[in-house]
Write a protein that binds this ligand. Sequence first.
Ligand SMILES: C[S@@+](CC[C@H](N)C(=O)[O-])C[C@H]1O[C@@H](n2cnc3c(N)ncnc32)[C@H](O)[C@@H]1O
Length: 501
Amino acid sequence: MNIQYTTKKEYGDFQTPLELANLMINILKSKKVKPEIIVEPTCGTGNILIAACSAFFSCKSIGIEINNEYCNALNKTFKNNLFINIINADIFSSFNFLKNEIVKTSNCLFIGNPPWVTNSGLSTINGTNIPIKENYKELRGIDAITGKSNFDISEYIITKLIENFCSQKAIFAFLCKTIVARNILKYIWDKNIPYKEAEIYPIDSKKYFNAAVDACFFVIDFAQKKSLKECHVFDSIENKNKKNNLGFFQGKIIGDIDKFKSYNYLGKSDYVWRNGIKHDCSKVMELTIEKGMLINGYGETVEIEDDLLFPLLKSSDIANGNIEIRKKVIVSQRYIGEDTILIKSKYPKTWKYLNSHIKDFMNRKSSIYKNKPLFSIFSIGGYSFFPIKIAISGLYKHLSFQLLLPEQNKSIMVDDTCNYIACKTEAEAEIIYALLTSPEAINYLNSIIFWDSKRPITTEILNSINLLKIADKYHFGMQYNALSSYNKSVEKENVMQMALF
Ligand SMILES: C[S@@+](CC[C@H](N)C(=O)[O-])C[C@H]1O[C@@H](n2cnc3c(N)ncnc32)[C@H](O)[C@@H]1O
């Protein structure tokens, strides 16, 4: 990464094209907003501020920007207009200034596109464009954000503005990542902050910013104080067709609250959904079956004992329903932390093979492998070896559950981007599979999954399905209970699974 790009990244210096700024303004105009004060907290080269100032006849406009060159250029554009105040400052230390500048009774429009960078993203490039640590804890309400190890800088800026100005007639209209908009809504809903209306208009971030991230134009209007817990989601900033409503239920954000009301199966699964096997060493651990031979990721033929080899399906296989076995994986432990030295005497060929690639294991970056036995793996326990699994890929944007029966008496393993539950008998697995693929379950899942997430289908979501309630709906709750009852006391010692994702 060159220095210029690093600085650009640190400051989120990806200016909003005028075309997009105009789309934002058109939406606000259709709402007939009449701001007396316009504030752009990170105004950059000013496209958004320019579009806002020419659309609305405010008494005062304030643009804050850290880059002095941008401020100078913008002052020239505005020809030092007395009603427009461009300030070369750091937004993190400008909140008090804004409080002094903004009259409590005025209608305000806060608009902009703050940097889309996270604090952890900043730390990887040694960036310092971050609020001062001491300040974090003093901020009422911001604790929800800063309590997390990772948060978005734009989330911090927008939340801080909302926190300071939501009690007056203010409208907040920002381009941000969609996850940021949802986190801000959760913050508002958790705190029961009243507002008039909230809206999310997805934008094509590839087209406008050449960025591969889900982003939107997020508008929240505090002009009236209603006790709401909803946000309208549209199809796009261009088409503006209403799609669905986000909502809130028991502290959780629900993607489609209207659908959820008809398919509320939120509860606790009797089955524990887990991630597939994690080894971070696919070139060595995963072997492709080619003409009866096993070939590793280096193209080498591998001849090792069969005992530690298990059939493997990858996320793409599970998502595409392609469950013919074409790969095997070396399962070097039966439970987390098991001493792998046992392999040396029992499976000398496997031991020799793994040692011949020891560098690959040493180079695994994740700290979970530190101070663990050689060739350690994760997401492994007694449950991994139950004969039958029902699996789903966490990455793909559709619901495709697969029932995996044992292959040559061995349980099929799935990779770490998959989620699965393990069953002991076929009868049990079939009933669970039928429940999971029923319209009730599918509608429930579609109502709570955010398909725009990088990994939309998580164990947390799957573990929230109340299967008994679905079984009752179809009048076979008793059979479900009879077949799955052992699961409620499933071996506790094997439940230990690190929160890897
Ligand atoms: C994504 S750009 C958006 C610029 C402008 N809002 C637009 O949409 O055209 C983000 C801007 O925030 C500015 N910026 C980054 N960190 C800042 C800070 N701490 N205080 C003020 N401005 C900042 C950057 O220099 C950059 O111009």
